[in-house]
Design a protein around this ligand. Structure first.
Ligand SMILES: [Zn+2]
Length: 259
């Protein structure tokens, strides 16, 4: 019933969206449900490398602590209504991503690549911004159509469609303006914590310095435009240029918890 009422509006707004470019017709209250479905699928597909949260309690507590410092800034629009659950996948993939509704995933490959806690916090904030600003449902609706996503939430979609969406999510390209928005949010949010606010820039800088190698998965969905690092630093200066901690030593200690 809800679906039937929604359809004409959906069609109308999709027509508008081609002109304005930034209308997300997927109802926000469905983000968490869609995320839960997708996350269940990602968890089962990656069961062999999914780190158990009870067996790795200290490492999870550490990541949740970083997440909490981001949530506590009061800057997120959906801090309360999204899940913000964390899962660690133990393989060498250089990637992190976040589903709609805030199911966050970090590969240990990326955790080991990062050098300090502010860099991890910066990347985490960037990924959380994709969910909080709803870039993920925005991109998924563009790719699969609103009706398929809604029917998935309402339980009417083919299971194979869910698999396609879950697989697509790890390779989803949000587009340049969404990337910029996430970069800026990462600086804004970390600015309100004890962290060096440009932690994410430190990570991208390292990527640039290692240029010439095969681009890691994170870079294939996060193209390193020439001025990405520069833009984050400029934004940080415009906020007042407050410095913060990198917690490098603590980070290196905690990495030893990865089996
Ligand atoms: Zn991104």
């Amino acid at each position: 019933m809800r679906l039937m009422l929604l359809l004409p509006l959906t069609l109308m707004m999709e027509a508008c969206a081609s002109f304005v470019g930034k209308i997300n017709v997927f109802p926000v209250q469905y983000d968490a449900q869609l995320g839960a479905e997708v996350a269940r699928n990602i968890d089962s597909t990656n069961a062999a490398i999914l780190m158990d949260s009870a067996q790795n309690a200290e490492l999870y507590a550490y990541l949740y602590g970083i997440r909490d410092s981001i949530l506590k800034t009061g800057q997120l629009e959906h801090a309360q209504d999204f899940t913000w659950r964390l899962r660690i996948l133990n393989d060498s993939t250089l990637n992190a991503f976040c589903t709609p509704g805030g199911y966050i995933y970090f590969y240990t490959g990326l955790m080991r690549y990062l050098e300090s806690e502010d860099q991890l916090a910066g990347v985490m904030a960037h990924e959380m911004a994709h969910a909080d600003k709803r870039h993920s449902t925005d991109a998924l609706t563009r790719q699969f159509g609103t009706d398929i996503l809604i029917s998935l939430v309402l339980g009417g979609a083919q299971p194979s469609m869910l698999v396609q969406i879950a697989n697509g999510l790890t390779h989803l390209s949000y587009g340049r303006s969404a990337e910029t928005e996430s970069d800026i949010s990462s600086v804004d949010w970390l600015y309100k914590t004890a962290y060096n606010p440009v932690g994410a820039a430190g990570f991208f800088q390292k990527m640039l310095e290692n240029g010439g190698q095969e681009p890691p998965q994170f870079l294939s969905t996060h193209p390193n435009s020439d001025n990405r690092v520069e833009d984050m630093n400029e934004h940080w200066k415009s906020l007042g240029g407050k410095t913060g901690a990198t917690f490098e030593e603590r980070y290196q200690q905690k990495l030893k918890l990865i089996p």
